[in-house]
Ligand binder design. Structure first.
Ligand SMILES: COc1nc(N)nc2c1ncn2[C@H]1C[C@H](O)[C@@H](COP(=O)(O)OP(=O)(O)OP(=O)(O)O)O1
Length: 192
């Protein structure tokens, strides 16, 4: 007789199925007109002991939500160069070095574009944050992060980042507020 699967085993199976579905969707992209495409973006968090810099997005995608600083990686630019450029453009901070923290794939129902967001943090930077046309920066205590005014996925992966753990995650959204499906896995390597 087959034994019942444990909760952990069910979670693992679901995670593997989700990963496979995402892989299949991307691999079929070159053959279909309703194809899945990837857009590569960055997201950077400036850190200091006990606090983290967030920015209120003043326009465009994610307007009205606190987030890190980042955006699309440009043609011919490396992902880390793109991350540093967006950080400087959006809040005047120059990162001397960046730590890779996480990789998140976002899917939106009805949209063939998968957002591949590379998450970084930096403890090593120059210049005080300034408000720009795109972002209003503000420091938050690590225990006062305003999840109610952020993208809904953030509350699931922020704890990993704040604890210095690398992670990979996937979120499937319906609209801008509802998560239909997700997985997250911690990588063994630590960020700092
Ligand atoms: C869907 O869930 C998301 N959660 C979080 N925390 N962050 C997200 C999510 N989706 C996208 N992001 C991040 C990734 C980027 O840092 C920004 C979006 O960048 P944007 O579209 O503003 O890119 P720019 O190149 O700056 O755009 P412009 O063409 O307007 O300059 O949000």
């Amino acid at each position: 007789m087959e034994r019942a699967l444990s909760t952990e085993e069910i979670k693992k199976e679901r995670h593997q199925e989700n990963e496979k579905a995402l892989r299949d969707k991307l691999m079929s992209s070159s053959h279909q007109s309703s194809m899945a495409m990837k857009k590569v973006l960055t997201l950077v968090f400036v850190r200091e002991p006990g606090r983290i810099l967030l920015g209120m997005k003043k326009r465009g995608f994610g307007q009205g939500r606190w987030n890190g600083f980042g955006g699309k990686v440009e043609k011919g630019e490396s992902i880390t160069d793109g991350a540093k450029r967006e950080l400087l453009e959006e809040c005047g901070v120059t990162a001397k070095s960046l730590n890779e923290v996480g990789l998140i794939n976002f899917e939106f129902v009805g949209d063939p574009v998968i957002l591949e967001v590379h998450v970084f943090d930096t403890w090593d930077y120059m210049n005080s944050p300034v408000e720009t046309e795109e972002m209003r920066p503000q420091w938050y205590g690590e225990k006062e992060v305003p999840f109610g005014e952020m993208w809904p996925d953030d509350e699931y992966w922020f704890p990993h980042m704040l604890n210095g753990k690398k992670f990979e995650a996937y979120y499937k959204f319906e609209g801008m507020d509802k998560i239909l499906d997700s997985w997250i896995k911690e990588k063994t390597e630590q960020t700092s």
